[in-house]
Design a protein around this ligand. Sequence first.
Ligand code: ZN
Length: 609
Amino acid sequence: MTQYQILPIDPHAHLFEVILTIEKPSGSELELYLPNWIPGSYMIRDFAKHIQWLKAESAGKPLPVRKLDKARWLVENTEQGAGQVEVRYQVYAWDLSVRGAHLDQTHGFFNGTSVFLAVKGEEESQCKVNIERPRGQAYKNWRVATGLKPAGDTQEFGFGWYLADNYDELIDCPVEMSDFRLISFEACGVPHHMALTGRHQVDETRLKNDLIKICEHHIRFFGEPAPVDRYIFMTYVLGKGFGGLEHRNSTALHCSREDLPLPCDDPEKVKDSYQTFLDLCSHEYFHTWNVKRIKPAEFLPYDTQQESHTELLWAFEGFTSYYDNLALVQTGIIPIKQYLLSIAKTITTVQRARGRLIQSVTDSSFDAWTKFYKQDENAPNAVVSYYSKGALIALCMDLLIRKLTNNQKSLRDVMLRLWQDFGQPQIGVERDSIQKITLEVCGGERQTELEQFFQLALYSTDELPLAELLKTVDMELVFQPRNDRNDKGQVKDEMPHNKPKPSLGIDYQTANLGITVKSVYWDSAACEAGISAGDQLISMNDLRIDNDEFTKRLAECEIGETVIIRGFRRDELMRFEVTLRPSAADTAYLVYGSEEKDQSPKLKQWLTA
Ligand code: ZN
């Protein structure tokens, strides 16, 4: 057994100290390593750089330690057979994210990938961890939230010994320690908890009731019993924050204070920010099946030392994104119109990304490590999100399967097959598994139509048949020029006729003087005139521009008019002659295609569980 002791030795200096004890070293050399990435977040993060020092000893005598590469150490245990080896090291923890480790006087959080060195060859043996309370009166009310199993006389949420069956489980169970608020409930008879750290107010009852609905919905979606015997949401509430990372029986979340429901909120309405938070909880919870148990073959097992490329993130993130807010409407937490608005916004997001014209979702999945996760100023032109386009592919598949089977089957039947054939027996999903299962679910009928759909949706950059498929549920999809800068898509009773406005084709943010260009869309008026990302634009037709004025002044111009824009590139003043173009029809409007509007039987059949 590999044994770890972790002590938040100096919260003010953000330091954890870890003692790793190897009871019976098997050879004269011990190789230790830390993962270079954390499963679920596909980027090399070199966690080992935060190990400040490391030393090893046996029976009180120091052992020589040699670094093999950025994340591997070799301990020379010449006295082999003499007894156990103890390795001691300190980890700097000041990464405020769900992916790393963070420690101060208000809380401690860590992923095993940041703090627990693996012992090569021992990855399959059981691990025991002693999670110690920081020293001092200030920490007497702290508790521990983790998916690890308490061992010995350790109380639930207490400091003390915990167990993991192997190293993979150890690094898949992050730990939160603080005086968190604890909300506990049961879903389908399984105990669930949400630990909320950080200053906040919350309507506990409302949050608890909504979480019960979501968790029970997902458990019943895949079928009881749940694959976990306990689940914990670890939520860090910040002034501004958003993010989550899925784990086998827990999730680490960041949210903004305003995302939580408040006792004074209108109980009849789910505010946008709260919907965002519930979407996130629902998303990470759905991952308990889709990616934590149903996995791409490339992740069985994970190679945490280097990039693991898979073409399938469109399914693991896309299907999860599709079902995260579908669960909210199917459980009645949000009304149909609010759900349709989310769909309109997702369609708009994909439509506005010019990268959809040059990158397929399978390529986006494969290259996630260097493209999606390392987006630069050219990302809008070069990258398509496998989350949002993947969600739209899921939407198309759901509606297409319903259409082809006369509503006898749906995408859920594909998910159930993935769960039964791959998730439960722990078999990796191959690149064509989902296509094969879908053909089988549809009973071999219309094989060509399905094969053409997959070719188009997964391997090409052609438009998805969204409009055609949304018609089958009585919705019309039309693309319109945006109404204003905040228009991200809408749901309408009647067909809109927005007029295009003069457009530059840039993304920007306000600067001290004028505006700073974040991105220039390829083939836009700004691109043609030579405006580039990073340029600080200060005047249009010799009048100063800032955020509001710029939008207003631009709206007063004519399409086809040439304006003179001046701005700085680095410290050099530049002059651009820009011929304004009509704004693109890139905003998705969903229009009710039947008299019954959101009471349409076809729409209700799809959107009620
Ligand atoms: Zn996800």
